[in-house]
Write a protein that binds this ligand. Sequence first.
Ligand SMILES: Nc1nc2c(ncn2[C@@H]2O[C@H](COP(=O)(O)OP(=O)(O)O)[C@@H](O)[C@H]2O)c(=O)[nH]1
Ligand SMILES: [Mg+2]
Length: 467
Amino acid sequence: MSAVTCRLSNDQENKLLSLFGHVRLHLLYKASIHGYTAAAFHARCDRQGPTVAVAYNAAGFVFGGYTSKDYTQSGQPVPDGEAFLYSISAERNKPLRVAGISGQPAFTDARTGPHFGALEFLCGDQPAVQSNPGTGFNFEAAEIHGNDLVLTEFEVYRVEGLGNFLAKPWRNIQWTAENRKKLMTSIKSYKPDIKTVTQARVLLVGAVGAGKSSFFNSVNSAFRGNMTCQAISGTAGTSVTSQYRTYNIKLGRGGETIPLILCDTMGLEEDADAGLNTDDILNIFKGHIKDRCQFSPCSPVLEDSPGYKKHATLNDKIHCVAYVVDTCNVSLLSEKMLNKFMAIRRKANQMGIPQIILMTKVDEACLHVAEDLKNVYRSVYIHKKARQLSESLGIPLAYVLPVKNYCEELEPNLDTDILLFMALEQMLNYADSFFENQVTDDQDVGVQQDPYRSNDHTGRVVSHEVV
Ligand SMILES: Nc1nc2c(ncn2[C@@H]2O[C@H](COP(=O)(O)OP(=O)(O)O)[C@@H](O)[C@H]2O)c(=O)[nH]1
Ligand SMILES: [Mg+2]
């Protein structure tokens, strides 16, 4: 028997697919082959999961209904918030999509053809549709089917791969040039809440190869508008970075710096005597480690070492910690590595330093994100990894920020910049919480607030949960 082919033209199929995102359509039933009967439809379409019915008429309309629920012939009305009716025509660039009337069932799961209230297909086992706008769905009949209720074909497809995407993104991002500009301006104009502090200092902590150095390079590139590679990044198994580096980010070549310093450490490694030492971390937090100080995994930097800064001010302290984790490795984080993170977390908590998670390499972790970075907050996989990380480190999901670093690109691009800038903006918000705590602490011990307050407070409002 020859294979049953679908009737959809390429243009119609693309328009239909655009209603779902990243899915495949699998033809289950074709009335001209299997029969224009409810029995033939149910024989092929019951218990198939999400399906879309596709009707064709001589007026050139392709229209129908989607439901995420099974057909089972239960005789019951079925509520389905995801169900919709649609119509595609050559004149419209975009398909028309009609959502269900709130509180009304999406369809009746009877022994009839697909029965979406307002549209009932295969009525009386005939190639016909009954149209009752206002029952379950509201629409202009002429817009949906051009008032031609005779079907020239009727098909039902299983909608596959919906699980790869969330119904709603877990963060709403404006992927626009305006938003990029807004974020950039907000970061550039940031002023710490304390007069004596000029820049917020953010420490990047994470395993070797997590993407710490690349994050700085990427942010720097995003601000400059061309690719930079000031921090050495690479794929060597053990830490490529063995120096403590504090990086200023410049607005263009030779331009002014933004009010945020990224501090890049040697990577954490599993073994107790390898990678960044936790004693060194404490000194970094307190502002005692100078730029370019050489670390050694076996011996922490001592007070008389040349890289040690005895008199550290609030300016030198770390104001926010970002744990950098490779999204592909979230499930592979060993207990030893988690213990190292937790030891650092305890110290940061004691010092009241806000902490966030940077999830890097989202492009490597999920194919849909590799295809289009805008899928980052819609990918089920990325969401799962973010939740997993949030649980293992005990940091709320709101503090998890997915990013993609620049690695192969020759020029910055809008979507990548937006994610990078969003991460920076959050870092600044959380650094503000640190400054606010300093002021409160000082007030608690009777120090006047005024000398510490910046005259030019940005009025940023943050909800910082004490971790
Ligand atoms: N595809 C992809 N590769 C990345 C990303 N971030 C870093 N890398 C690569 O991962 C490797 C390690 O990065 P690096 O910044 O040196 O890690 P570090 O040890 O934490 O400083 C480098 O080869 C980078 O090019 C990312 O977001 N996406
Ligand atoms: Mg590095």
